[in-house]
Design a protein around this ligand. Structure first.
Ligand code: TTP
Ligand code: MG
Length: 360
């Protein structure tokens, strides 16, 4: 059976405006705009949902917003305050999993695939987190639950404010077919307009275009569009603490030139790297060697493994090949380093290792 990841995307509702309404009861239920005053060149940072009914949105000139809603209340942004609230929110997310990727002040992805607890399902856990955020900060968040970041992000936007939407693997294809093209996260306003001109109005229109055609039309992004309309997105939840590499380096007391000595030192480093990989049940996707010559010139050479590995022999023989692309053996060297990049899937396993997988 395919194991699906469980990703929750959380995004605060009308974040800056909601903080202002929380802190000043007179603003509640009113059209509040956070941004510089009309009559200046300022734009709207965000606005309350009451103001959105008038067609006001982020990045709109404040003057235009004031025309659309003359009774709107303008508040100057207090970024320091929003940063403080943001820290509190991110700390709440981290109570539930250490696989948290903050995306901006008011949103984050959580990988809860391996989270074990009394919650019963990823959806129930999302509900618990939303309640926790509300209890602790007085603010509402919307959550999207799905099996990858793209779908979780798309889901969190479906039911705003105070929403909770779930896209299960069984439902994704049908959901994406019907999704209006502008609702695909990653398809910006300009691309949306271009696609509409071409008659691509929703997912099922986009599905009809073969990969080569999408690349013709949209360059590199074509592949991204091809994947997302099929619900494919293998980007991992990238935490600030997730280790992405591991390495060793040494500056020698005396410069060395002899290749056999250089290989011995690099092999010792690779042996340590392999111990790390095996102890942590991880594999290397890339190997890099770094050299500093006697004259302080620095260079590095890298190789990507066709299949991620933790084998000493493989790392060591690739290291020898990389060495051939340097001036080692010909001129004295003062520093030698080797490092690996960890294979992504393994990063995921660095999360809380818990007993069982959550259902959606
Ligand atoms: P968003 O999450 O995009 O917007 P929001 O939280 O105000 O509203 P919602 O998520 O309910 O649609 O952005 C978070 C904050 O970032 C927002 O409150 C203000 C700030 N921001 C800007 O300053 N300029 C912008 O153009 C955008 C989009 C956001
Ligand atoms: Mg938001």
């Amino acid at each position: 059976m395919t194991k699906f990841r469980k990703i929750i995307h959380l995004d605060m509702d009308a974040f800056f405006a909601a903080v202002e309404q929380r802190d000043n009861p007179l603003l509640r239920g009113r059209p509040v705009i956070v941004g510089g005053p009309p009559g200046t060149r300022s734009v709207v940072a965000t606005c309350s949902y009451e103001a959105r009914k008038f067609g006001i949105h982020s990045a709109m000139p404040s003057t235009t917003a004031a025309k659309l809603c003359p009774e709107a209340i303008f508040i100057n942004p207090d970024i320091e305050k929003y940063c403080r609230v943001s820290k509190d929110i991110q700390a709440i997310f981290k109570k539930y999993t250490n696989l948290v990727e903050p995306v901006s002040l008011d949103e984050a992805y959580l990988d809860v695939t391996d989270v074990y607890g009394p919650w019963g399902s990823a959806t129930a856990l999302a509900r618990v987190i939303k309640k926790d955020v509300h209890d602790k900060t007085g603010l509402t968040a919307s959550a999207g639950v799905s099996y990858n970041k793209f779908l979780a992000k798309t889901a969190s936007d479906l039911d705003k404010p105070d929403g909770l939407a779930v896209i299960t693997p069984e439902k994704a294809a049908k959901f994406l077919e019907k999704l209006p093209i502008g609702k695909f996260h990653g398809i910006g306003k300009k691309t949306e307009a271009r696609m509409k001109e071409m008659g691509i109005l929703n997912g099922s229109d986009l599905l009809e275009l073969p990969l080569y055609r999408l690349i013709d039309l949209f360059g590199k992004s074509g592949e991204f569009y091809y994947n997302i309309v099929r619900g494919r997105d293998d980007r991992i939840v990238q935490t600030d603490w997730t280790r992405k590499s591991f390495g060793r380096e040494i500056t020698m007391d005396n410069d060395i030139t002899d290749l056999t000595d250089i290989r011995k030192i690099l092999d010792a480093q690779i042996s340590e790297i392999c111990d790390f990989l095996i102890d942590n049940k991880q594999k290397a996707s890339h190997l890099t060697i770094k050299i500093k010559y006697f004259d302080f010139r620095e260079m590095s050479r890298s190789v990507k493994f066709p299949v991620p590995t933790d084998k000493f022999e493989e790392l060591s023989s690739q290291c020898c090949l990389l060495l051939e692309k340097t001036e080692c053996g010909n001129i004295p060297v003062r520093l030698l380093g080797s490092s690996i990049q960890l294979h992504d899937d393994d990063n995921l396993r660095q999360g809380k290792r818990l007993q069982e997988e959550l259902p959606f």
